[in-house]
Design a protein around this ligand. Structure first.
Ligand code: ZN
Length: 490
């Protein structure tokens, strides 16, 4: 018994000594620790938010939400609607309500009875950004088309949410003071010095549409650097210029901005494992200068164990972006390469599942060929390829009405698969290449990688920018439509 008591006293004694020592150690920092309690409160809120919000499994560019799609592959009435699910109940309900209203409006516009020679399509896509820690900023592009229209009906709409409050934000919630005057001045100044807009700044449409009234600036998005305003097609400039946007850096809005645009939420989400941190190393974002020539390099048939990493390395060294049209049945064998392509800021396009001549296939087979690749890529990256490159460039009406993607062809064919010769590949491009070209190559042959090692720095020195196909289309103000083919340049 005595032994037990002794041992207890010994342990208790040791404990007491440790406690006193700890207390003594803590004393000097006590007041500081105490005063930090109030500061840490917002941090806790952000932490809770980070656990609730859905990020794409790798979120390179402060992208937020996972994609949900509504698809209808009916040839007469094609619907392809993509929208984000953020993970917050009220925010998601507001987004879904808006999407439903677009769908209903589209359906109400259809003829009451099916007509043989009438077809129509609805395409909705989005970009989502996280601005600061508590604002989700969504930009939707809507494109409606039918066989009676000469041009598709295109417009954008935006939604900005305070994530902590789960409420929609208007411009008044974000800016204060005489901000409308400041935005109006910046907009007029910018467009009067920018081609091709400056020719139109004296029109009534521009003067009225850029005046300092709230109604002119209702469509806006935010990211961590700037506030961007969107003007609908035909609103301030002629229709051929499409939807026009202007980004105002926060540094130009000093004193007007009343929300916090500094960010810790994404880091917290990464740290807590909501997003894989291995795959979330930030992508170096290229800023595209619309006044300089740009081209889209495209690589088909990959990934390839040796050639694809070589090409990725060359692209990285030159800060160049490209588009990889991958074959679905190779995706699962090269998961790391698919993820690397995605994480390094390249676009992943769909080049079917097993590379058949699609024009020989039935509607069901065509759908299978595209959906299988989509699913495999989406599983690895949370990104669903938006563009299809048909094998052999072959397209028919079955594909046009059953594949809910634009078809991307090319304006320069390097014939790299045929010659497998660096000099010949270079000769197909250098001297011919011009702004807006889409260049066809294959990441299968060592000679293609060798040619890239020379081609990319050479064209870069000539002032060319290397962009993805989607970036090229956006820069050239082309809204891609499902079932249509795009070559660019020529
Ligand atoms: Zn191919």
């Amino acid at each position: 018994m005595k032994k037990i008591i002794d041992s207890f006293l010994q342990r208790g004694g040791a404990c007491l000594v440790v406690c006193i020592l700890l207390l003594l150690l803590c004393l000097p920092i006590w007041p500081e620790a105490f005063s930090q309690v109030s500061k840490e409160q917002p941090f806790k809120e952000v932490e809770t938010l980070a656990q609730q919000i859905q990020f794409p499994s790798h979120s390179p560019d402060r992208e937020i939400g996972v994609t949900e799609s509504i698809l209808n592959n009916d040839a007469q009435n094609a619907v392809s609607v993509h929208y984000p699910v953020i993970g917050l109940k009220q925010v998601d309900a507001a987004i879904q309500e808006k999407i439903q209203s677009i769908l209903s409006e589209y359906q109400d516009g259809l003829p009451a009875e099916a007509m043989d020679d009438f077809s129509s399509s609805l395409w909705v896509d989005y970009s989502s950004y996280l601005a600061g820690d508590s604002i989700a900023s969504l930009l939707f592009r809507v494109e409606k088309n039918d066989s009676t229209m000469s041009h598709p009906d295109v417009y954008v709409f935006t939604m900005n949410f305070d994530l902590a409050q789960q409420k929609l934000l208007s411009l008044e919630d974000i800016l204060q003071g005489e901000y409308l005057l400041a935005i109006c001045d910046y907009t007029r100044e910018y467009f009067s010095h920018t081609q091709p807009y400056q020719a139109y700044v004296h029109t009534d449409a521009f003067q009225t549409g850029s005046a300092p009234v709230m109604g002119n600036f209702v469509s806006f998005t935010m990211n961590d650097k700037a506030l961007t305003f969107y003007f609908q097609k035909n609103r301030i400039f002629p229709g051929y210029l499409g939807v026009v946007s202007i980004s105002i850096p926060y540094s130009e809005l000093n004193g007007y901005l009343k929300v916090d645009t500094t960010a810790t939420l994404l880091q917290i989400a990464q740290a807590s494992g909501t997003i894989s941190s291995q795959l979330s190393s930030p992508v170096q974002n290229i800023s595209i200068d619309p006044s300089r020539p740009m081209i889209a390099l495209t690589f088909d048939d990959g990934p390839h164990a040796k050639v694809t990493p070589q090409i990725l390395e060359i692209l990285k060294q030159n800060q160049a972006k490209a588009t990889f049209f991958v074959v679905g049945n190779r995706v699962d064998s090269y998961t790391d390469l698919i993820q690397r392509e995605y994480m390094e800021g390249h676009e992943i396009g769909n080049h079917t599942y097993s590379h058949p001549l699609l024009t020989n296939l039935s509607a069901d087979e065509v759908i299978y060929q595209t959906s299988q690749t989509d699913q495999r890529v989406a599983k690895l990256t949370s990104y669903t390829p938006k563009l299809l490159r048909p094998p052999y460039g072959a397209i028919n009406t079955v594909m046009e009405s059953n594949i809910q993607k634009p078809f991307v062809l090319w304006s320069i064919d390097t014939l790299d698969w045929k010659t497998q010769n660096k000099t010949k590949i270079l000769n197909e491009v250098l001297g011919k290449v011009k702004d807006g070209d889409i260049i066809l190559m294959h990441d299968l042959y060592p000679s293609t990688a060798e040619a890239c090692a020379e081609l990319i720095p050479t064209l870069k020195a000539q002032g060319f920018q290397f962009v993805t196909v989607s970036e090229l289309l956006a820069q050239k103000r082309i809204t891609p439509v499902a079932g249509h083919a795009y070559h660019l340049a020529r």
